[in-house]
Design a binder for this molecule. Structure first.
Ligand SMILES: Nc1ncnc2c1ncn2[C@@H]1O[C@H](COP(=O)(O)OP(=O)(O)O)[C@@H](O)[C@H]1O
Ligand SMILES: [Mg+2]
Length: 312
C-alpha cells in the first residue's frame, strides 16, 4: 500500500482576466512507498510546492485525487497526520526555540503534561537543546531548518513532507539535515523530499520523480534512472610479461604492463573476465562511468522542452 499517492492531480490557477489560466500541475500521478526517501525533483516553478499544498489541503486541486495512507483527501474533514516543513518558514521571530515548539505542541493538541517532555525529545533529536532560549531571529539558516524539522515532527507523523530542506545551507548544515533525514527514515518514517538540488537527492533517495512545468517526466528507482548496469566500465588491468592487450581481446592505452581500457557495459566486461584471469591478468580497477542525476535531469527536461533555460 503506498503511503502517498496522486492520480491525475491537476491544478489550474486563474491569474486574472488579463493573464488567463495557468496550469501548475498537469495530471500528476505518483506513488510513494512506505519507509522510503522519495525525491521529488524539478526546477523552480515545476509545481513541487503546489503538490505539497494540495496534500496538506491548503489548496484544492482542480481535478484528480490524492490519497494518504489509502484515505482520499476529499473524504477527510480534518488535517491528516502528516509532518510538514515549509520551504520558507515564516517563523515567529520574537519567540525562542522552546516557545515556538510550545506553540506547535498546543496547536497539535499534545496534552499539557506531555509537552515539556516532547519538546525536550525534539530539541535533542535535532541537536538544538543549546539554543532553546535563543530568539528565532538570532538563528542561523541551519538552526532555522532544524527547529522547523522539530516542529514538523511534533505529532510523531508517519509521513514527513520536506520542501527544499537543504536550500541555502552550507555544507555542514546540509550534512546535519541529511543525517537527520536518515535518522527519520531509520525510525520507520516515510520522507517525501522536494528539491531542485540534485546532489542531495542523488545521495539520499531510493526513488525519484522528475517534474517539469507540472508534468511528470520520469519516475523510478534511482539506480534504474541512472542506468547503472548500462554504463561504460573503465578498466585498469595489469598484464603479465609477454602478454599483449590483443591476447585479452582488449584495446586501449598500454604502458609498462598496465592497460587502460573502456568497455561498453557491465555484461561485456563480465564476459571477458574468465579470459583475462586465465591469462594471469590482474584487475586493478573496475569503475562504472556513472551518469549523475544532474545529467539525467537536464537531459530529461531538455528532451521535453528544448528551449528551457535551467538555473544553475
Ligand atoms: N496562488 C498561485 N496563483 C497563481 N500561480 C501560482 C500560485 N501558486 C503557484 N503558482 C505558480 O505555479 C507554478 C508552480 O509553483 P510551485 O509549485 O511553487 O513550484 P516549485 O515549488 O516547484 O518551485 C509557478 O509558476 C508559480 O508561479
Ligand atoms: Mg517550491
Amino acid at each position: 500500500m503506498p503511503v502517498l499517492k496522486t492520480e491525475n492531480l491537476t491544478k489550474i490557477f486563474r491569474r486574472g482576466w488579463r493573464r488567463g489560466k495557468f496550469t501548475a500541475l498537469d495530471n500528476l500521478s505518483i506513488e510513494v512507498r512506505e519507509g522510503e526517501i522519495f525525491g521529488f525533483l524539478g526546477p523552480n516553478g515545476a509545481g513541487k510546492t503546489t503538490t505539497i499544498k494540495i496534500l496538506l489541503r491548503l489548496l484544492k486541486p482542480t481535478s484528480g485525487n490524492a490519497y494518504i495512507l489509502d484515505t482520499n483527501l476529499k473524504d477527510t474533514p480534518t488535517r491528516l497526520r502528516v509532518g510538514y516543513m515549509p520551504e520558507n518558514p515564516y517563523f515567529y521571530r520574537f519567540l525562542t526555540g522552546e516557545e515556538f515548539l510550545k506553540f506547535y505542541a498546543r496547536l497539535n493538541r499534545i496534552p499539557p503534561d506531555d509537552q515539556s517532555r516532547r519538546i525536550d525529545e525534539l530539541l535533542d533529536l535535532v541537536g538544538m537543546r543549546h539554543a532553546r532560549n535563543v530568539l528565532l531571529k538570532e538563528y542561523s539558516k541551519g538552526m532555522t531548518q532544524r527547529i522547523g524539522l522539530a516542529q514538523a515532527l511534533m505529532h510523531d507523523p508517519k509521513l514527513v513532507l520536506l520542501d527544499e530542506p537543504m536550500s541555502g545551507l552550507d555544507p555542514i548544515g546540509r550534512k546535519e539535515i541529511r543525517d537527520l533525514i536518515y535518522a527519520l527514515k531509520h525510525q520507520g518514517r516515510t520522507i517525501f523530499f522536494c528539491s531542485h538540488i540534485l546532489s542531495d537527492i542523488q545521495d539520499m533517495c531510493s526513488r525519484v520523480a522528475i517534474l517539469h512545468h507540472g508534468k511528470l517526466l520520469k519516475m523510478g528507482e534511482l539506480d534504474s534512472l541512472l542506468g547503472t548496469e548500462k554504463n561504460k566500465i573503465r578498466l585498469e588491468i595489469r598484464l603479465p610479461d609477454g602478454t599483449s592487450p590483443a591476447d585479452l581481446d582488449l584495446a586501449g592505452e598500454f604502458h609498462n604492463g598496465l592497460l587502460k581500457s573502456v568497455l561498453p557495459n557491465t555484461a561485456e566486461a563480465n564476459q571477458k573476465l574468465d579470459l583475462w584471469r586465465s591469462k594471469g591478468a590482474q584487475i586493478i580497477s573496475w569503475i562504472p562511468e556513472r551518469k549523475n542525476l544532474e545529467e539525467i535531469f537536464v537531459e530529461t527536461i531538455r528532451a521535453a522542452d528544448p528551449n528551457v533555460v535551467l538555473e544553475t
